[in-house]
Design a binder for this molecule. Structure first.
Ligand code: ADP
Length: 244
């Protein structure tokens, strides 16, 4: 489903991703952990074409882009349409209702009729437990509810992969569980997911694989019980001791 080879991303002189390679299967849930600044967000943003890698070949579904050469804008848009991104800070349009936020992508990006987009958005908001909040504006919703709108919005373009960037780290503890429950349900339905999170319980419960990143590289990867409970690498062990 996803193949990444030699992914390199630099910001001026700072090389953030240093030739990362990974394969992710259809339906697989991968949890990405690692110290702050190790490149996790940049990695997700490269998969969503929000950042343009300097080098590397990325395949998502049927789209393959070699970033060494010039990349056409329509290739980037095609890659973006295959990936749904959920941000730590929700990034909802403040002047649009929950329903309008979810309709935006299908209408603007996919050219769906408003009627069709609306019917689908209502279903998605029901799916994330917000069927009674469709006409609410973001400021009228709790952080957890806003994040669930964020998930519905990402799902609305019918992506093949969902990318989650610390989706619960901005939330009060009592609001985290509802968001994780929606993510778990998605995973159980067979969605392919890449999740950056410090929620180790979620990783143990839901992940098929945990990847530990440090300094723009993958240092260790494997099933959650192996990487989280019995890490081979000393850096992984130090990091896990800090967050436990
Ligand atoms: P993580 O998600 O693991 O905390 P990030 O991918 O956010 O790591 O950041 C990795 C490094 O890249 C950090 O040193 C960060 O300051 C730098 N970085 C991220 N985005 C930019 C940017 N747009 N411009 C310059 N430096 C950036």
């Amino acid at each position: 489903m996803i193949s990444i080879k030699g992914l390199t991303k630099r910001f001026d002189d700072l090389e953030v991703l240093k030739g990362m390679s990974a394969e992710i299967n259809k339906g697989e849930v991968v949890v990405l952990v690692g110290p702050s600044g190790s490149g996790k967000t940049t990695f997700l943003r490269c998969l969503n074409a929000l950042e343009i890698p300097n080098e590397g070949v990325v395949s998502i579904g049927g789209t393959t882009i070699d970033f060494k050469g010039r990349v056409a804008k329509n290739e980037l848009l095609e890659m973006r349409r295959r990936t749904g991104m959920v941000f730590q800070s929700y990034n909802l349009f403040p002047h649009k209702t929950a329903l309008e936020n979810v309709m935006e992508g299908p209408v603007v990006v996919q050219g769906k009729s408003r009627e069709e987009a609306k019917a689908q958005a209502v279903k998605l908001l029901e799916k994330v437990g917000l069927g009674d909040k469709v006409d609410f504006y973001p400021y009228q919703l709790s952080g957890g509810q806003q994040q669930r709108v964020g998930i519905a919005r990402a799902l609305a373009i019918e992506p093949e992969v969902m990318l989650f960037d610390e989706p619960t780290s901005a939330l009060d503890p009592e609001l985290v569980a509802d968001v994780l429950a929606v993510m778990k349900e998605l995973a159980e339905e067979g969605m392919t997911m890449v999740v950056v999170t410090h929620e180790m319980r979620f990783a143990k419960d839901v992940a098929d694989r945990v990847i530990f990143m440090d300094g723009g590289h993958i240092l260790e990867e494997g099933p959650p019980e192996q990487v989280l409970d019995n890490p081979k690498n000393e850096r992984t062990r130090q990091f896990l001791n800090l967050i436990h």
